[in-house]
Design a protein around this ligand. Structure first.
Ligand code: NAD
Length: 382
């Protein structure tokens, strides 16, 4: 049986045979879509719908693959199950350059929406290359999407920092378990986008000191504490963190070795790997990025006593927010739900990991899989 969950997915990414990706959890449906007028080429993987209609992003990039879609759909099944949402997991990919002419992009996204109209157990959301505007077009065509603009009842999760908020909650739980006092704790954040900048902000509100942060151009450091608001304003103005005057600079990838207590990957996959894991100084790693830590690095962190909070537990704030939006909830309800779900889940994952001696990642996967299997027993067809 293929084991697709997050880390394992990477080993299957070269396969072109859909049967390689099937196991007892899914996928329930795999649909290839082509449409000649607009040049639409897309794949939808609805992995598992036991808990309810599957929620998962629509990714647009020139190099997306069906294999990537399988792996991401499975990750959504686990993330949604772990978060206790009434939704299964799915993903879709559109092979196209998202920077195309806006009118062409609208036609393409609308064509995609029409092509998935009958896939009623799939609810698309924004992902790389698509945004709330794209979801508004999808909703206009087929009446369902999450991650909508506020005018359509959407909760602007990236502006509000839903995922960063959830990360801060996850860190709070892990810190109390490891005896780390958050007041004055030193934080390093890799990637200062929608996830990283809000994680830094919510941790600063809890008394943490941001001592280093990076973006794609470089990294800035200040042992005395960086001004999170000033860094966020710099990024919002379309500039690099390194453009802000008066700060120390290090090479972008040297962020891994910064002396700190909490390290947050919030940019690319595989940020912590076998070749750099031993340079990490932190006691807690809170994974904002998806697949931010390789399997080898997870094992090494565990050996060293570093608490690594799994991505699909710690970065679930965004999808929890999307689910609350879909249920017509408010932003206040969304943040309360994120707080409650992530606090409970991190506690359970760390309890399970410490009682079994396993990696938090494995404990989390076990917990999520059990929930999916239980949901499956309630359904005639899954
Ligand atoms: P974003 O595009 O808003 O921000 C990414 C940031 O990373 C930018 O500041 C960019 O300059 C920086 N960056 C890129 N490459 C880098 C590198 N090599 N080193 C350091 N910085 C680098 O993206 P985002 O929405 O913040 O998402 C970040 C990660 O979190 C992605 O892996 C995404 O899949 C994941 N994620 C996002 C959400 C969400 O709610 N947005 C939810 C769950 C997971």
């Amino acid at each position: 049986m293929a084991d697709l969950t997050v880390h394992r997915a990477t080993s299957l990414l070269e396969s072109s045979d859909p049967f390689d990706f099937a196991d007892d959890l899914g996928p329930a449906k795999v649909v290839h879509l082509t449409e000649r007028t607009t040049g639409l080429r897309a794949v939808v993987v609805i992995d598992n719908v036991a808990a309810g209609p599957a929620v998962g992003g629509t990714r647009m990039a020139p190099d997306v693959t069906a294999a990537e879609c399988f792996a991401l759909a499975r990750a959504m099944t686990l993330k949604n199950a772990a978060a206790g949402l009434p939704h299964g997991g799915a993903k879709s990919v559109i092979r196209a350059d998202p920077r195309m002419d806006p009118a062409d992009k609208e036609r393409l996204v609308r064509a995609f929406a029409c092509a998935i109209a009958d896939l009623r157990d799939y609810i698309p959301g924004p992902d790389m290359g698509t945004d709330e505007q794209a979801m508004a077009w999808v909703r206009d065509e087929i009446g369902r999407a999450v991650g909508l603009p506020a005018e359509l009842g959407g909760i602007p999760l990236d502006d509000l920092g839903a995922t960063g908020f959830g990360l801060a909650v996850a860190v709070e739980v892990a810190a109390s378990r490891t005896g780390l006092e958050l007041d004055g704790a030193r934080v390093a954040v890799q990637g200062f986008g929608a996830v990283g900048r809000h994680a830094a902000r919510f941790l600063a509100e809890r008394g943490c000191r941001l001592v280093a942060a990076s973006d794609s151009s470089g990294a800035v450091v200040d042992e005395g504490g960086l001004d999170v608001g000033a860094l966020a304003d710099t990024k919002a103005a379309g500039r690099s963190l390194c453009d802000l005057p008066g700060l120390g600079h290090i090479e972008r990838d040297e962020l891994i070795a910064v002396d700190c207590d909490i390290w947050i990957p919030a940019a690319r996959p595989d940020a912590i790997r076998a070749d750099n894991v031993d340079r990490l100084q932190a006691r807690i790693v809170a994974q904002g990025a998806n697949i931010g830590v390789t399997r080898e690095a997870e094992e090494r962190l565990h050996q060293r006593g570093v608490v690594s909070l799994p991505d699909f537990i710690a970065n679930a704030g965004g999808v929890i927010c999307a689910a609350v939006e879909y249920a017509h909830g408010t932003r206040t309800e969304a943040f309360a739900t994120i707080d409650e779900r992530i606090r409970t889940n991190v506690t359970e994952v760390l309890d399970r990991a410490s009682s079994s001696g396993s990696l938090p990642f494995d404990a989390a996967r076990q917990m999520a899989q059990t929930r999916v299997h239980r949901a499956m027993t309630t359904r005639r067809w899954t």
